[in-house]
Each structure stands twice: as C-alpha cells, then as structure tokens.
Design a protein around this ligand. Structure first.
Ligand code: TXA
Ligand code: MG
Length: 341
C-alpha cells in the first residue's frame, strides 16, 4: 500500500506523544493508545465516553510482548496463543503491577490479544510496546468495520486513522479467561468455545449468554465487566423477531421501517414487497445467509439501517447457533443491539 511507512511513522509519533490512533484489525477497528501511559489511556475513555469500570484489551505483537504485561503466562495461555495468534482471541491473564489500573478497570487481570492485520502488526512493531484498543466507536454504539466509520465518530484532531480497508471478520474477538486454572469464554466471537476446549483438552465454560444476570452462578459481572446487556446498538429502536412474526411486527409500524433479513426472498413467508404503512417505505437490507458473511456485514448493515432514521429496525432472528458457532456470536451481538436499558 502506498504511503504505508509514512502513515505508520505518523501514527507512532502520535502515540508517543500520548495521542490516539485508530487501527484496523481482522475483527473491528480499535482505538489505540499507549497502554503504559495513564494519560493516554484516560483519553481513550474520555473520547469514547466509556464507563471507567469497563477494561480495555491490550494489543501486542506476539507472546513476548504479552508476557511484558502479564504477571503469569499459564500453559493454557501459551497453547491458545500458539494456536490462534495472530487472530481474533483475547486472553485474560493476571496483570503485572506495571500495567496502569485504568487499563483493567481497577481489576487484577488483563486481556491481551495479537491481531492479525498486517498494518497493525507493523504498527505494534514500530511502536515497540503494547497498545490498548477498544472498538473505535462511541461507547454502546455499533462497532466500526471501516476507516470511514471511525472518521464519522471522531474528530481527526483527536484520532489519527490508519486505513486498512474493511475488516474481514466483522465482529469482536472472543474473550477467554484462563485465570486461576479455569478456562471461561467471557465474550463469544469467531473462535468458538468448543474449539478452545479442544486445544486445552477440556471443556470450556461459556459465560456470554447475553445478559449479565445470566452469568453462571458464582461468577459476578466484574469478571465479565464489558458484558453489558445493551451494547453494539443502533440509535433507532431495533427488535429481533422470528421470520414468521415479521409481517405482524412490520404492520404495527406507522413510520419508516427497515427489515434486516438473511432469508432468501423466495422463502420469506410474508408478502413482497411488505405492505407499507400510510405511504411510508419499508426498506429491506439483505444479509448473507452464511454465518461468517453475516458477521462481516453486520455492523455496516446496522449503520445503514440507522442512517434511514426509521421508527423501527426489524431483524430476522438468525439460525440456531448449534448449527454453526459463529451464529452464536452474531446472536449475542444482535441481542445486545436490540436491548434497551
Ligand atoms: O476484536 C476486538 O476485541 C476489538 C479489536 C479492536 O481488537 N476490541 C474490542 O474492545 O472489542 P472492546 O473494548 O470494545 O471490548 C473489550 C471486551 C469488553 O467486553 C471488556 O469488558 C472485555 O473485553 N475485557 C477487557 N479486559 C478485560 C479483563 N481484564 N477481564 C475481563 N474482560 C475484559
Ligand atoms: Mg466495543
């Protein structure tokens, strides 16, 4: 890519002076800052409007850098890093004292991840240290999967954007904790708990059923601090419904309505086009029917729907997650996108 070394040099200069740099990853864009600088990390919380108790993922160029922030690097972490890094897996381990408290929301553990986007790996190498990287969106809102999405959310004076094209994964990394000898998935993603279990040679608990109140007994929200029930949400009201309910739900909407559906048009059990209310339009966003394709498109689709300022966004319930684990992660994000608190 033309201008890449210059872009990286500029990004490193910004990071060294405590500035923020949005970087591309295979999942979503991250809002990067020097993980060892209290002030820089504070800026991330400010710019995003993120609650202080929600910890940040620390991005590293590989295992050696991960160990520079981890107080312990258990065998489980070693196996997972070896198998999945660089890739969409964040591993929670005990933190070193030197990691500022603000990074971990005051907690004793740190999530580390080595992303696989070449531009960001080059950035991490050039910067030579770990970078915090929450998704580069305003807290609670839909995550960004293009550089443009990031530019829409933040002033260029606050955030320098490294443009690495559209993200190929489309939803955030799987977060797995290996603290205390227990392996638990705290947030589902493209890497499934069952595959993690295979690598570790034992069953892995999955704590991300969608809402904090349904975490397994004995665990507290503080262990999965980011698992707020409302998240990844468009500004318009959104609901998720079974395909057979679409006609009834849409009929009740008097204003503009956007339908997000992965069902083939010929299989949809409602009239085409959908009956419109009082001359108002019904927009349809067609999604890929395969889980990975759907995940890749998801956040851009939610943004497109939102941009139409509808009264309601109606999302057809994706297939049962047992058929494909990626649907579990998609459903998790959709549950949060359609929850209001
Ligand atoms: O794919 C991703 O993970 C993206 C890209 C940019 O890497 N980042 C991302 O960051 O999604 P963020 O901040 O939007 O989500 C981080 C999630 C939150 O649910 C947070 O609570 C959890 O990871 N997390 C971070 N540190 C943690 C920790 N020490 N213990 C438990 N959960 C943690
Ligand atoms: Mg986020």
């Amino acid at each position: 890519m033309d201008g890449q070394p210059e872009q990286i040099a500029e990004a490193v200069t910004r990071l060294r002076s405590g500035g923020l740099v949005a970087f591309p990853t295979e999942t979503v864009y991250g809002l990067g800052a020097d993980a060892q600088s209290d002030g820089a990390v504070r800026r991330v919380f400010e710019v995003k409007g993120r609650p202080a108790h929600n910890p940040l993922i620390v991005h590293v160029s590989g295992e050696a850098m991960a160990k520079s922030v981890a107080a312990e690097w258990p065998e489980d972490a070693r196996k997972l890093a070896e198998r999945f890094w660089p890739g969409p897996l964040s591993i929670v381990v005990p933190k070193r004292m030197s990691v500022p408290e603000i990074v971990t929301g005051g907690g004793p553990n740190v999530a580390v991840r080595c992303p696989s986007h070449p531009l960001t790996l080059a950035l991490l190498e050039a910067f030579g240290g770990p970078l915090v990287g929450p998704s580069a969106n305003v807290s609670g809102f839909v995550s960004p999967t293009t550089a443009e999405h990031v530019r829409e959310a933040f002033d260029e004076r606050d955030v320098f954007v490294l443009d690495g094209g559209a993200c190929t994964g489309g939803i955030e990394s799987t977060v797995v904790s290996v603290v205390g000898g227990k392996a638990r998935v705290l947030r589902s993603g493209l890497i499934d708990a069952a595959v993690i279990g295979e690598v570790l040679g034992r069953a892995v608990e999955c704590a991300d059923s969608g809402v904090v109140s349904s975490l397994p007994s004995g665990s507290t929200p503080a262990e999965a601090p980011g698992q707020l029930s409302s998240h990844y949400a468009p500004k318009a009201k959104a609901v998720m419904v079974e395909v057979r309910e679409v006609e009834r739900v849409v009929a009740g909407v008097t204003g503009e309505c956007v339908l997000i559906t992965h069902v083939a048009e010929k299989d949809e059990p409602f009239p085409q086009p959908l009956p419109s209310g009082k001359g108002l339009q019904r927009h349809v966003i067609r999604m890929p029917a395969d889980a990975r394709g759907y995940a890749r498109r998801l956040y851009a689709a939610l943004r497109e729907a939102d941009a139409m300022h509808p009264e309601l966004i109606v999302i057809v319930m994706p297939p049962d997650e047992t058929k494909n684990p990626v649907w579990r992660a998609v459903r998790d994000r959709l549950k949060r996108a359609t929850t209001r608190e």
